[in-house]
Design a protein around this ligand. Structure first.
Ligand SMILES: Nc1ncnc2c1ncn2[C@@H]1O[C@H](COP(=O)(O)OP(=O)(O)O)[C@@H](O)[C@H]1O
Ligand SMILES: [Mg+2]
Length: 291
């Protein structure tokens, strides 16, 4: 048995909360004792609405913010506290939600993709060849290398961001709402591309989205995050057909239905009592209740 590509154990992040005058007013548990693992070559879908803690989990995995508690293991190795290092950066890369702001407007596509290549000491004379190869992988024409972000559509920019993330041949890709800024038809094509790349390159994905429906044909396992906690997790098909938690049902109820067949598969279980407050509302209530 090989170790999972990514294993997260009891990951927790609290942020200090300040009142209107900047005085300390307690703490908010943005991520609360989160545990899950992703076997090599698989896709784990992390769903939850805005404010549920998804990006904070991604940022801790990427070493962009230190965890308050918990462990992060990559390929069996505990890398908590070392996630910002170069050796780690080679294995784990991230694609952000908004390709418009994650690509430097003054850099050509080739210059953007060259950044991680240079940072990881990729030989300069092999650079142009590698960039052409990466553009081909994300199904963009070779002459896009000389274009600037403003000359690209949203979907094309996100393909460039994916090419840049793949430049140093990572093992794990963390995708934080990679398609949320895109039209539905473009979203589907980017997901198809990710599925293909995952197979070709034996990649492992952590796919984060507020949209559970995107995970149906992509993720083997899903986790539903609510107020910083995983309230439900399991094989995607099981969670879709037999959700155990009200909040999962709520997320599934808002999944758009495409065909009569899918309508038939949709869970008919009603919510227990009415409206479920949003994560942000509940966090505000929790904070207000603190002495
Ligand atoms: N740097 C920060 N300082 C204080 N609170 C933060 C910070 N980053 C995130 N939060 C809070 O943590 C919670 C989770 O945020 P986030 O991880 O961005 O959620 P999501 O990505 O699911 O929308 C939110 O209540 C947010 O306001
Ligand atoms: Mg987010």
């Amino acid at each position: 048995m090989s170790a999972p590509m990514l294993e997260i154990v009891g990951l927790t992040k609290t942020f200090p909360v300040r009142d209107g005058l900047g005085r300390s007013a307690g703490a908010v548990r943005a991520v609360d004792n989160v545990t899950f693992s992703i076997p090599r070559g698989q896709v784990y879908g992390l769903a939850g609405e805005s404010g549920s803690g998804k990006s904070t989990i991604a940022r801790m995995i990427m070493g962009l913010t230190p965890p308050t508690a918990g462990d992060i293991l990559l390929d069996g190795e505990n890398i908590t506290g070392r996630t910002g290092t170069r050796a780690y950066g080679r294995k784990v890369q991230m694609v952000f939600q908004n390709p418009g702001s994650s690509l430097n407007p003054r850099r050509t596509v080739a210059q953007s993709i060259a950044v991680p290549l240079d940072a990881h000491g990729h030989p300069r004379r092999e650079r142009a060849g590698r960039i052409a190869e990466l553009l081909d992988m994300v199904q963009l024409p070779a002459d896009f290398a000389e274009r600037y972000p403003h000359e690209l559509s949203g979907g094309q920019k996100q393909r460039v961001a994916i090419a840049r993330a793949l430049a140093v041949a990572p093992k794990l890709l963390v995708l934080d709402e990679p398609t949320s800024a895109l039209d539905v038809s473009v979203q589907a094509r980017v997901i198809d591309l990710l599925v293909d790349l995952g197979r070709q390159l034996d990649l492992t994905f952590l796919f984060i989205s507020h949209d559970l429906s995107l995970m149906r044909n992509f993720a083997q396992q899903v986790g539903v995050l609510y107020l910083g906690q995983i309230v439900e997790t399991g094989p995607t098909a099981e969670v879709f057909t037999d959700p155990q938690h009200d909040y999962t049902r709520l997320l599934l109820a808002s999944v758009p239905v495409i065909s009569a067949e899918e309508e038939a598969m949709r869970p008919k279980i009603p919510l227990i009592d009415g409206e479920i407050p949003t994560a942000e509302k509940l966090l505000a209530l929790r904070q207000a209740a603190k002495p």
